[in-house]
Design a protein around this ligand. Structure first.
Ligand code: TYD
Ligand code: MG
Length: 454
């Protein structure tokens, strides 16, 4: 039998060690180790449930494995289902992570409205059942099949699950749960991980999907969702600027669908509303006529989305120049600035550069490079770009514009939103059907592109 002894666990990534360390070798965080008492055999005490693997696991031939008929549950909300990979897979454990207050509980409560015919068990560890009821009423959830349970003891939750046999389980939040057989406090790495392990077991054996809500924590002793990422099937991040109403649902890991797919929602008084044409929203507050703005087209998952980039370039008043990027990779920005300086002779090393992706979106596709370059050059020279132009292209270290994928889909989206011109990599244009009303120009170098727009 394993002896109970203490160990040190990184509260950021869950790295374990026998000895305290100043810096975590797993995630390189400083001072992130907390001492935890390793539990005595933990799993044995969670009741085994009906229909579990039962009398020992047996190897099966592929042809003997039953493929269930309907294995995905559709919510009917396109933005949600697409992110999940065309519906929620039965028997999957899904982590919904996000900052406190972003709308995770709201999204989960909405499940009752999306799927009124399904028995949903909503376990609340943070709010009382009355609080959840008030929210559910506000959101228009009237389903009698929406069951509420205020409980944080995992053993009780598992028992309730076996009794009610839900078609969907929601646990809000994983950080409030505890297992009485583990000594540490709720929210610590071992509690979070072992509680999730117990729920994983019922999820798989009873074959319903389970959503675990998890708060993203910056510092402190509460274990963050990263501890669970390797355990669950799907990791969703619910993001957005709390001061704006857009919310993005993003799958960063998905065993049953593509990652990088985004779902766009808007927060209203009566809950979340899906936004099926995100480009319109992202461009709705565009600044016309001022320098430093450019529109790019990024393919997020399967869908092209038009987004505005804003840049501000000002002379550095003292010391080293500042570079700030919101919604864009900082190192990639630095690389693009170096290319601009070297190939185009812009003296950016004496200027501060700010870059902002409007609408709270995060862009990591190289196809937006050309837009970044144009936004920066436009602000540097203080010349506004043409507002009817969309920019598409990856930029290489030699200042060349490289081809990108899915050019037709991008051009179609631009034409749909009324853009008149598109600057694209010349190499991407071979055999491409260009939408009518859109004037498409292929460029080979940064220089050509800047000549055209500035
Ligand atoms: P909540 O879902 O409780 O966030 P989380 O579970 O991620 O912590 O929602 C938080 C905010 O959303 C709260 O400030 C109120 C706002 N809200 C709305 O604007 N409209 C609504 O219909 C609801 C239910 C909440
Ligand atoms: Mg909540």
């Amino acid at each position: 039998m394993a002896k109970s002894r203490s160990k040190y666990v990184c509260h950021v990534c869950g790295y374990e060690t026998a000895q305290w360390m100043g810096r975590c070798p797993g995630c390189e965080s400083w001072d992130s180790f907390v001492e935890e008492v390793a539990p005595a055999p933990v799993r044995a005490r969670v009741p085994k449930q009906v229909g579990a693997r039962g009398a020992g696991a047996r190897a099966l031939s592929l042809s003997d494995v039953e493929a269930a008929g309907e294995i995905r549950m559709q919510t009917g909300v396109g933005e949600f289902d697409r992110v999940m990979g065309d519906g929620i897979m039965l028997g999957s454990l899904i982590l919904l992570a996000g900052d406190p207050g972003i709308g995770k509980s709201t999204l989960m409560t909405e499940m009752g409205r999306y799927m009124p015919d399904h028995r949903i068990l909503y376990v609340t560890g943070e709010e009382s059942v009355r609080q959840v009821k008030v929210r559910a009423e506000r959101l228009g959830v009237t389903s009698k099949q929406f069951l509420l349970l205020a409980e944080t003891n995992v053993e009780e939750i598992v028992a309730a699950v076996q009794e009610t046999e839900p078609e969907l389980l929601i646990v809000d939040s994983i950080q409030t749960l505890f297992r009485p057989d583990i000594q540490s406090a709720p929210g610590t790495v071992s509690q979070v991980r072992e509680s999730a392990a117990a729920l994983l077991e019922v999820t798989k054996s009873m074959n319903f999907p389970t959503f675990l809500v998890g708060h993203v924590t910056k510092e402190g002793s509460v274990a963050g969702p990263r501890v669970l990422e390797h355990m669950v099937d799907t990791v969703l991040y619910f993001e957005g600027d709390r001061h704006h109403s857009f919310r993005l649902l993003r799958a960063v890991k998905n065993r049953f669908g593509s990652t990088n797919e985004i779902g766009v929602f808007e927060m209203h008084d009566s809950g979340l509303r899906e936004v099926s044409n995100p480009s319109e929203i992202f461009l709705s507050e565009r600044s016309y006529g001022s320098s430093g703005s450019a529109v790019v087209c990024s393919v997020e998952g399967t869908r092209p989305v038009l987004v505005e980039l804003q840049s501000l370039v000002t002379p550095t008043s003292y010391g080293t120049p500042q570079r700030t990027a919101t919604g864009f990779d900082y190192r990639r920005l630095q690389m693009l600035l170096a290319v601009l300086e070297k190939r185009e002779g812009l003296r950016l090393s004496t200027h501060d550069v700010f870059l902002n992706v409007v609408g709270g979106v995060r862009l990591d596709e190289p196809a937006v490079d050309l837009g970044v370059i144009v936004a920066v050059a436009s602000s540097f020279r203080d010349i506004p770009t043409d507002t009817g132009t969309v920019l598409i292209g990856e930029v290489g270290l030699g200042g060349e514009v490289r081809s990108v994928s899915r050019i037709e889909a991008r051009l179609k989206e631009a034409a749909k939103l009324g853009f008149e011109r598109a600057i694209v990599p010349a190499n991407s244009l071979k055999g491409v059907v260009v939408p009518k009303k859109l004037e498409v120009t292929g460029v080979r170098s940064l220089h050509e592109a800047l000549d055209l727009v500035l």
